[in-house]
Design a protein around this ligand. Structure first.
Ligand code: 0RA
Length: 638
């Protein structure tokens, strides 16, 4: 390691200790050294540019992934200051880049994203980069400094004149493979796109562009409508029941933006952001929004005698069916629940959001009585359906209590009783079910064959779903109940594995099942209990030696390696049913050799939209998705 400066000052020691600490324990600073952490590096740098946008001095951010997987983030903000920082005697740029948590000290207040979710500062990214180059356009000049593994290789240098008053910052870095060791680790365009789309929605007026030079693709986001555009986007494949209600207001230095629309769907899509961070566990802003929606509807309905005097108010559950809403708050000092910062805790925010939404929603209902009537009818239908569902559920539970926990007849259960050790294979069709039953290890593997396509859960209400035979069998086999009644403690299998054919139909059934789990058993996914089996596409045999290929590319590879010496037997599996029980065990079910994909909810917003696109009433987008993605099972993004 080369010491960057000739004199060894107190600051140098601070730099050295700080950067070394980051490199020694990347987990503490960016959450690890995996693909998620890798994306964190980009977010951290982009967050700082977003801060400039939130301060109203930057409206364009461009992110480029270069062919060598280095990344450039360019913004047209004020440019990171380069004047000498009095305590250290070094240019502010160098201080920001090399001292941990230094960034905040230079910021002039405002809403800091960088103090929010990631907040480690760009110096942590610098420390984890093989090299990092910063260029600042400021005061008519261009300044530059290069760093290697966090250390400046030379002082900040003026390298040219900035054309006509141009200001901004360009930061380019290459992640350090000594830290991010996993082979083949690289940025995922889709992952970055998702995040930038969200950021653009909640940072109105900013243009966010992502260019991927590895594959010659790019995407630009600019949403004039802010969160209104977000709601329109989420509802693209649903039918909105009225025009989108929008409010933007500042109360006591807290900026509030919200958009609300009821749709013809059953599911609720609610997302909350604090300083552009997607607070997936919600918090006070979300509570404020929900409370305002229910309260305003009840007030209006009472006042206009749309609820009878002897009828109860709508509950929060009655008013959430088909509700799509976004709330985004910007505040100077966000308090988050924990280190992971996915839940906003500031109590005053609830009051402010509730006040702002009450006002806007109340006015909307007064001014649009026809829309008001439709919304209230929707809530009434939902209240009735929930009532019916409760009765149906009671019936199911009472029945099962009487029949002492009857398991579905089609279930071939395992003998092990400790849920942790048990696996349930949910298999498409009876013939595949037969192979799986014979091939399994019956000590710990249970098989539940489902016939044909289960109900389209997106469009069916709770009461209908409960009465579907296949779904009933699935629910009772799992033992958890569903929705409000879901209890993970009842889960009878630590691993629930969806096993469908590697074809278009199989892909559809898998998506149907995923929709069901997503909507009604979300904790099962969140706690990592849901998996997807990976059956092979081909069996390749040469001189009695058998290999299996799980992708087209793998098959090509195997065939090429085997050469043309002696004849090659090639079998393409059209379905699980074509495999004999031994083959199914060897390739797909044997824990020592199989690959299981764990289903995760990386981003509930995108998952929600994809489900909707697949399951919603519009047929065209559904076809397109299934035919283009049917073979991409490996990169599972639900
Ligand atoms: C501190 C102070 C000022 C700007 C910035 C930091 C700044 C940081 C980043 C990070 C990425 N892009 C950035 N652009 C600006 C404001 C200094 C002033 O008042 O001019």
């Amino acid at each position: 390691m080369v010491a960057p400066n000739t004199s060894y000052s107190a600051q140098d020691i601070q730099v050295l200790e700080g950067l070394e600490a980051v490199r020694r324990r990347p987990g503490m600073y960016v959450g690890g050294t995996d693909i998620k952490a890798l994306h964190h590096l980009v977010y951290e740098v982009v967050d700082n540019a977003i801060d400039e946008a939130l301060a109203g001095v930057c409206d364009r951010i461009e992110v480029t992934i270069h062919a060598d997987s280095s990344v450039t983030v360019l913004d047209n903000g004020r440019g990171i200051p380069v004047d000498i920082h009095p305590q250290t005697g070094k240019p502010a740029l160098e201080v920001v880049m090399t001292i941990l948590h230094a960034g905040g000290k230079f910021g002039g207040g405002g809403y800091k994203v960088s103090g929010g979710l990631h907040g480690v500062g760009v110096s942590a990214v610098n420390a984890l980069s093989e090299w990092f180059e910063a260029q600042v356009y400021r005061d008519g000049k261009i300044y530059h400094q290069r760093y290697e593994r966090g250390y400046p290789v030379k002082p900040v240098t003026e390298i040219g004149k900035a054309p006509n008053g141009q200001t901004g910052t360009r930061q380019t870095f290459k992640f350090d493979p000594e830290i991010f060791k996993e082979s083949g680790l690289d940025y995922r365009f889709e992952t970055l796109i998702q995040r930038f789309r969200e950021m653009a929605f909640v940072t109105k007026g900013v243009t966010l562009r992502l260019v991927d030079e590895r594959a010659d693709r790019e995407m630009t986001f600019y949403f004039e409508g802010g969160v209104t555009s977000f709601v329109r986007y989420l509802n693209k494949n649903r039918k909105g029941l009225h025009k989108i209600i929008y409010v933007e207001k500042e109360i006591d230095r807290v900026g509030i933006e919200a958009a609300v629309q009821f749709t013809d769907a059953y599911a609720e899509s609610l997302y909350a952001f604090a300083n552009t961070i997607n607070t997936i566990d919600g918090g006070t802003h979300l509570t404020g929004l929900r409370a305002a929606v229910t309260r305003t509807i009840n007030d209006y309905a009472r006042k206009n005698k749309l609820i009878k005097d002897n009828e109860p108010n709508f509950t929060g559950d009655d008013t959430k069916e088909g509700l799509t809403a976004i709330v985004s708050v910007k505040l100077p000092e966000p308090q988050f629940e924990s280190q992971t910062k996915v839940k906003l805790m500031n109590p005053e925010v609830q009051t402010y959001v509730q006040q702002a939404v009450n006002e806007a929603f109340g006015t909307f209902l007064e001014e649009n009585p026809a829309s008001a009537k439709i919304i209230i009818q929707k809530c009434q239908t939902s209240a009735r359906a929930r009532d019916a569902a409760r009765k149906a559920r009671d019936l199911v539970f009472r029945k099962s209590a009487l029949e002492s926990m009857t398991l579905p007849g089609k279930l071939a259960d395992c003998s092990e009783r400790e849920p942790e050790k048990c696996e349930l294979y949910i298999v498409e069709g009876d013939s595949a079910g037969g192979s799986a039953k014979q091939g399994r290890d019956r000590h710990f593997q249970a098989i539940l064959p489902l016939r044909g396509k289960i109900l389209n859960t997106e469009r069916a209400g709770l009461d209908k779903i409960l009465s579907n035979k296949e779904v009933k069998a699935l629910i009772s086999a799992l033992g958890t109940g569903i929705s409000d009644g879901f209890d993970l403690a009842g889960l009878r299998y630590g691993k629930c594995v969806i096993m469908t054919d590697a074809d278009v139909d199989g892909s559809h059934i898998r998506t149907l099942l995923l929709t069901f789990f997503f909507r009604y058993m979300q904790p099962l996914i969140e706690k990592g209990h849901l998996f997807i089996a990976q059956p092979p596409l081909y069996r390749v045999e040469q001189k009695k030696k058998v290999q299996y290929a799980y992708t087209e590319a793998q098959k090509e590879e195997i065939v090429k390696t085997l050469g043309s010496g002696s004849p090659i037997g090639l079998q393409r599996y059209k379905g699980l049913g074509e495999m004999n029980p031994d083959q199914l065990w060897d390739t797909t079910m044997d824990p020592s050799t199989r690959t299981l994909l764990q289903v995760s909810i990386e981003d509930a917003a995108e998952a929600d939209r994809t489900f909707d696109m697949l399951m919603g009433s519009e047929v065209a987008p559904r076809r397109r998705f299934i035919t283009t993605h049917a073979h991409e099972v490996r990169n599972l993004d639900i």
